[in-house]
Design a protein around this ligand. Structure first.
Ligand SMILES: NC(=O)c1ccc[n+]([C@@H]2O[C@H](COP(=O)([O-])OP(=O)(O)OC[C@H]3O[C@@H](n4cnc5c(N)ncnc54)[C@H](O)[C@@H]3O)[C@@H](O)[C@H]2O)c1
Length: 432
């Protein structure tokens, strides 16, 4: 099949590349010309394990085309995926749909035969109706079907998630569109039950309801961890103990920092905003958002408890700054709040991250990127393990820090408190 992905970011690039690997011809379109130029020279704009190899393979087979020429891409393809960003609108909880509607208005100019327009971007319920309304003015004859096909991949695991999803959700009442979508996904859907055809509005809602539920699970275990700290119980035991109940499930029950990333924060806000619009109070999700915000503050309070009120001149090392491992994505990572706060209080912050230096910290006072773990840790007063990259799982802190009385604050519970005690290292973690 010939398909077009509009927006070549984390979702558009990964899904486009995977679709091409399944034998389709895929036009990956982006209005960021530098990104397209770089992709055409073999430079992958994001850090995603395994992606480069698949890009190369399909690019060489000419099944993968990177372009900014939307008109040409539309002319040559039948299924058009909208994969642009839907961030939170400034000073509100609303999803900003300006990129989605920009694309829709461009499509209006170029479509002149039957196409399926698919929103893969996460969009609030009824957005598909609005897109359809804009595009219905195309011609008297029906030239389009607007379908919702939310994406559930996780950064860092994106290729596996895309190729082996728990489910593929396709929201459309059009038999024709559904048939084409199903045949596109056929190599991916192993069992019939994995392909879920719903109404378009239901598909839009499924995505938000899923993300809000996962965010709730994280906030829930984070709050239980707070109680564990007070009563000397290990949160890991609690996570296992409750997760073994199949009605609950063990995933997303690992206590840690506030949830971040490009999806949960903005999607929880957006579903609350949608519900407000329809005069429905999503009080649970509102509390989750609140609890997550509070967590960012409570982690900083804990840092003070560990190294004192006055942190001027203290050397603090961050191991990892991205919101999770195996991605370079910094969107709404806890470090974005923690590091500026600590530097403002006079601490000297050094950080390491396998995905490289971060633009955001470049002009922050006393914040330094270190290319290797040794130079980041050396002579630190406090080491904060922020992201659970594999690189940080087996460190010899004494050898790295080369100083007495340093402390380790492990936000990911990567180390055993008993072992650290045996090593005489002052070790603090989450919920134990
Ligand atoms: N990142 C994830 O893990 C993830 C997972 C599931 C769903 N989603 C959803 O997918 C959508 C995209 O997310 P992302 O993380 O890939 O965003 P992103 O910011 O990484 O990528 C968006 C891309 O769209 C391009 N773009 C913007 N306007 C355009 C236009 N008019 N024409 C062509 N290109 C345009 C941008 O240049 C950018 O490259 C969002 O709605 C997000 O919520 C993301």
């Amino acid at each position: 099949m010939k398909i077009c992905m509009i927006g070549t970011g984390y979702v558009g690039l990964v899904s486009g590349v995977c679709f091409s690997d399944l034998g389709n011809t895929v036009y990956c379109v982006d209005n960021d010309k530098t990104k397209i130029k770089r992709l055409n020279s073999g430079i992958i704009p994001i850090y995603e394990p395994g992606l480069e190899e698949i890009v190369k393979r399909n690019y060489n087979k000419k099944r993968l085309i990177f372009t900014s020429d939307l008109k040409e891409a539309i002319k040559n393809t039948k299924i058009i995926f909208i994969c642009v960003g839907t961030p939170t609108k400034k000073n509100s909880n609303k999803a900003d749909l300006k990129y989605v509607f920009q694309v829709t208005n461009q499509l209006k100019k170029y479509i002149n035969n039957y196409k399926i327009i698919v929103t893969k971007s996460t969009v609030p319920v009824t957005t598909g109706d609005k897109i359809e309304k804009i595009l219905s003015k195309l011609k008297t004859k029906k030239l389009i079907d607007v379908v919702s096909n939310p994406e559930f991949l996780r950064e860092g695991e994106a290729i596996r998630d895309f190729l082996y999803p728990d489910r593929v959700v396709v929201g459309s009442n059009s038999k024709k569109a559904n048939k084409l979508m199903k045949s596109l996904y056929l190599p991916i859907i192993k069992k019939e039950s994995r392909y879920l055809n719903t109404s378009r509005r239901a598909a839009e809602m499924i995505k938000y309801a899923s993300n809000a539920f996962l965010a709730t699970k994280i906030s829930y275990i984070n709050e239980i961890a707070n109680l564990c700290e007070k009563v000397s119980v290990d949160i890991k035991d609690i996570s296992i103990g409750i997760g073994l109940d199949q009605r609950i499930g063990e995933r997303f029950l690992r206590a840690g920092p506030a949830y971040g990333g490009s999806c949960f924060p903005k999607d929880t806000r957006a579903i609350v905003d949608t519900a407000d619009k329809f005069k429905t109070n999503l009080s649970i999700i509102k509390n989750v958002i609140n609890s997550n915000e509070k967590r960012k503050i409570s982690l900083l309070k804990r840092v003070h408890e560990i190294i004192g009120k006055n942190i001027k001149g203290k050397k603090i090392c961050f191991l990892g700054v991205t919101f999770k491992p195996n991605t370079d994505d910094m969107r709404e990572a806890s470090s974005l709040k923690m590091i500026p706060y600590l530097s403002k209080k006079g601490a000297v912050v050094r950080y390491h991250d396998p995905s490289g230096e971060k633009e955001f910290f470049k002009n922050k006072k006393n914040v330094f990127f270190k290319k290797n773990i040794t130079s980041a840790c050396e002579k630190s007063d406090l080491i904060i393990i922020h992201t659970e990259w594999n690189d940080y799982k087996q460190l010899n802190f004494k050898k790295l820090v080369k100083k007495n009385n340093f402390k380790v604050y492990d936000l990911r519970n990567l180390y055993s408190p008993t072992k650290m005690l045996r090593l005489n290292i002052k070790y603090y973690s989450i919920g134990r």
